[in-house]
Design a protein around this ligand. Structure first.
Ligand code: F6P
Length: 546
């Protein structure tokens, strides 16, 4: 670890022990300016982090940590197209996917922007053709249903965003198949009419076994009813591996490419976003890109103290490396963001779930936290008990829109807002045993009863949360929110000292699955596998043969 970073971390640790905020209630009582000082914003997006146990000195030390981790220099290198994905020797340019036409971003001396816009234009022509019914199936009927087949980054982003932007959805119905479990594609295709169904095969590598297997099943669904010639009309593909796509027999006007400098989990802005574009239209998709671009510009230019992704990243580091909290909960008070936590799980944990640094040496600190969550208010009736009174402290990131789309149900939205704010207040304030005792007495409990129950009704408080508020979940707001989290993951990776853009950790399981398939089929005795795995395979095989 570089000595400046080591010093910054040990200063933060001493500060945490000696001088950080220990009592948030008292901190708010003592400082009327706390809520405005520990907050930052970009247009209607506001991030309140005053309910984290930080003070001015904490933020100064965290800014020093950012400087010693060279966050800004690394950010500039990323935006400039340097090959910062060192283990794969690639640039990292998802930001180029949402850059304006006049931007000049180069890889190996060549501008990538014209290519990006050429694909966006081709996607728009295709998407509008499908939406308008001018691009039809083999029997001349317009498409009523679109099925996206992909997994990981080729699925989670489109699923999450299509759901998030349901009020803007005016195209054909969208369906997503990811799991190799045959139940997923069976349940999805049942009830669909092949004549009016368009299938998109989305895979960066065009080798992922789940996607290729589901694609073959979908092909059979089309061909069995419409014949082989229908494939050209009923399939489109999105990939960086255009040679492999060609072998599938697709019409090349329905193949949309992207580039190896786009990571799978950062690819929603590329042709991987095609299902979203078909759902909401190319204009709204343009607004979605513009939202991300606004966050890119902010990330590039805002000073550290006002820079939302840097602040969010530094607070993540504070909670993970200094306070030692092992996980973080993402709780959108927005039902349509119900897949956002799952999307962030891949974005964050596939990026920062590493144990070696860029130099290949074991990390001297922890790395990324466990990310999980569910929308509020549902989570309140499931796991919030643990958030409030469990033995682990779990920092929470709340999200809430000032306005819902259901203006006729404004009273429901008010209830949603009140719940969101109440949860962050309760986590921060807690309730002392004396307060619990007094409340019980005033509700008519006897002294003995109050003494018995008060410990159960005591909340420690001092549980940190960040609240992100925005006006309404528009395509622009969603693009901006996703880009905020993308850059946050990047900032944290710089402090951990890891490459956030590879994912070697998913390879071993894939290799072993390939090796185990003949054992599962009963075609091999599976020499070399451990006894537990072989015994499980044997037990399952026996059940299958019954
Ligand atoms: O899970 C590993 C992974 O490589 C992800 O990074 C990626 O998003 C996913 O598989 C799907 O890959 P592809 O788009 O190449 O099918």
């Amino acid at each position: 670890m570089n000595p400046a970073l080591q010093t910054a971390l040990s200063e933060l640790k001493s500060h945490h022990t000696d001088a950080a905020v220990k009592d948030l209630r008292a901190a708010f009582a003592a400082d009327p300016g706390r809520a405005t000082r520990f907050a930052a914003g970009l247009d209607d997006l506001r991030m309140d982090y005053s309910k984290c146990a930080v003070n001015d000195e904490t933020m100064r030390l965290l800014a020093e940590l950012a400087a010693s981790s060279k966050v800004e220099a690394r950010r500039d290198a990323m935006f400039a197209g340097e090959a910062i994905n060192s283990t794969e020797g690639r640039s990292v340019l998802h930001t180029a996917l949402r850059a304006g036409k006049d931007a000049d971003i180069r890889v190996d001396g060549e501008s990538v922007v014209p290519g990006v816009h050429a694909v966006l234009d081709a996607m728009a022509a295709f998407a509008e053709g499908v939406r308008g019914g001018t691009l039809c199936g083999a029997t001349g009927k317009p498409f009523t249903d679109v099925v996206n087949i992909g997994i990981g980054g080729s699925d989670l982003g489109p699923v999450m965003a299509t759901l998030a932007l349901a009020p803007y959805h005016d195209g054909p119905r969208l369906h997503f198949v990811s799991n190799v479990d045959g139940a997923h594609i069976t349940d999805t295709l049942s009830g669909l009419d092949p004549e009016t169904t368009l299938i998109i095969i989305a895979s960066k590598t065009f080798t992922t076994i789940e996607t290729m297997t589901n694609a073959a099943t979908a092909r059979e669904f089309i061909v069995s009813q419409l014949g082989e010639a229908a494939v050209a009309k009923h399939f489109a593909a999105v990939s960086t591996a255009l040679d492999k796509v060609a072998a599938f027999g697709l019409n090349e006007t329905r193949v949309f490419g992207f580039w190896d400098w786009v990571g799978g989990r950062y690819s929603l802005w590329s042709a991987i976003g095609l299902p979203l574009m078909i759902a909401i239209g190319s204009e709204a998709f343009g607004e979605f890109l513009a939202g991300a671009r606004a966050m890119d510009t902010h990330f590039k230019n805002a000073p550290v103290a006002e820079n939302l992704p840097i602040l969010l990243g530094l607070l993540g580091i504070w909670h993970r490396l200094i306070c030692n909290h092992p996980s973080r909960a993402i709780i959108p008070y927005e039902q349509r963001l119900s897949r956002f936590p799952a999307y962030l799980q891949q974005l964050d944990m596939e990026s920062n779930g590493k144990s070696v640094g860029i130099d290949g040496q074991p990390l001297e600190t922890a790395s990324g936290p466990i990310v999980w969550g569910e929308p509020g208010t549902n989570g309140q009736h499931a796991f919030f008990q643990l958030l409030h009174q469990g033995s682990d402290v779990i920092p929470v990131e709340f999200m809430i829109a000032a306005n819902g789309h259901e203006t006729q149900l404004a009273h429901q939205h008010e209830l949603l807002i009140a719940n969101c704010l109440a949860q962050s207040e309760a986590l921060m304030r807690g309730r002392t045993t004396q307060e619990a005792h007094a409340q019980l007495i005033s509700a008519g409990a006897s002294e003995a009863e109050a003494a018995r129950l008060a410990p159960h009704k005591t909340f420690s408080g001092n549980r940190p949360s960040i609240t992100i508020v925005y006006d309404r979940l528009t395509p622009f707001a969603l693009g901006r929110l996703i880009a905020l989290y993308e850059h946050r993951v990047f900032v944290e990776a710089q402090v951990f000292g890891i490459n956030a853009f590879d994912q070697w950790g998913v390879e071993l399981g894939k290799e072993l699955a390939t090796a185990l398939l003949p054992v599962v089929k009963g075609e091999s005795t599976g020499e070399g596998h451990d006894a537990s795995t072989l015994s499980l395979a044997k037990t399952i095989l026996a059940m299958r043969e019954k």
